[in-house]
Design a protein around this ligand. Structure first.
Ligand code: C5P
Length: 234
């Protein structure tokens, strides 16, 4: 895999026009993430538009429902030909197993462990899940493996442990990545691109640090340079 493909640009935008405009400013882009905001605004046709631009697509709809409905959702989404789809591990083993059985073609299905906006006090006090964020992430990652998923989404802060727990076959996708000096915004468990790659992330999901930069292509290039540096240091 080329290092530029390891940067998944989060297209947190609202229209196809904005997507085309933004991507025209980042000619190095290889992989993009289409999330709820964009998918719900534009509809499924956007996926074909982005694929026609020669880009890989991670459709981030974080499915979480009863097993039968998750099966139906993944079965329908599989037909769009995305490279990655995801669901919430919190939906449980049976939901993940049914969803996995619905995946067709080359699409990978990965499980979201805990959102990178969740911190320790939120986990314990609001969600009423005992233990550390890391305990929860590792538990969910093990469940995802048991369900036969292709990988997990986790924070770069947990990726080393997740890697050693899951072994080398499963992919790790990590949001919560912030180049040194950038604002963390609502992300709580963050790391720099270089540290995230060194910690064992396969793919970095990065949105605002690229899209909100006055020169998105330069922001992308700086992140890529960090990844190249991390690879050399490995
Ligand atoms: O702008 P920023 O780099 O924070 O964007 C991160 C992207 O990754 C957002 O689209 C967000 O929905 C997504 N994401 C996340 N944490 C997860 C899973 C997905 O931040 N655990």
């Amino acid at each position: 895999m080329r290092n530029a493909e390891r940067i998944i640009i989060a297209l947190d935008l609202r229209s196809k026009e904005q997507v085309v405009e933004v991507l025209s400013q980042i000619p190095q882009a290889q992989f993009v993430k289409v999330g709820m905001e964009l998918f719900y605004s534009t509809g499924p046709d956007l996926i074909a538009t982005v694929k026609d631009m020669g880009l890989k697509v991670f459709l981030d709809l974080k499915i979480h429902d009863i097993p039968n409905t998750a099966y139906g959702a993944i079965s329908t989404l599989s037909k769009l030909g995305c490279d990655i789809l995801n669901l919430h591990c919190a939906g449980g083993l049976e939901m993940m197993q049914r969803a996995r059985a619905a995946v067709t073609g080359d699409t990978l299905l990965i499980g979201v462990t805990q959102l990178t906006s969740t911190d320790q006090s939120m986990l314990n006090q609001q969600l009423k899940i005992q233990g550390t964020v890391e305990d929860c992430v590792l538990h969910y990652a093990n469940l995802a493996k048991q369900a036969g998923l292709h990988g997990v989404v986790c924070s770069p802060q947990e990726v080393t442990k997740v890697r050693s727990t899951l072994g080398g076959d499963l992919i790790t996708v990590t949001p919560g990545v912030r180049p040194a000096g950038d604002s963390v915004q609502d992300q709580k468990r963050v790391m720099t691109p270089k540290d995230a790659i060194q910690a064992g992330s396969d793919y970095l999901v990065i949105g605002r640090p690229i899209l909100a930069d006055p020169h998105p292509s330069q922001a992308f290039a700086r992140i890529l340079a960090e990844i190249n540096e991390a690879e050399v240091a490995k």
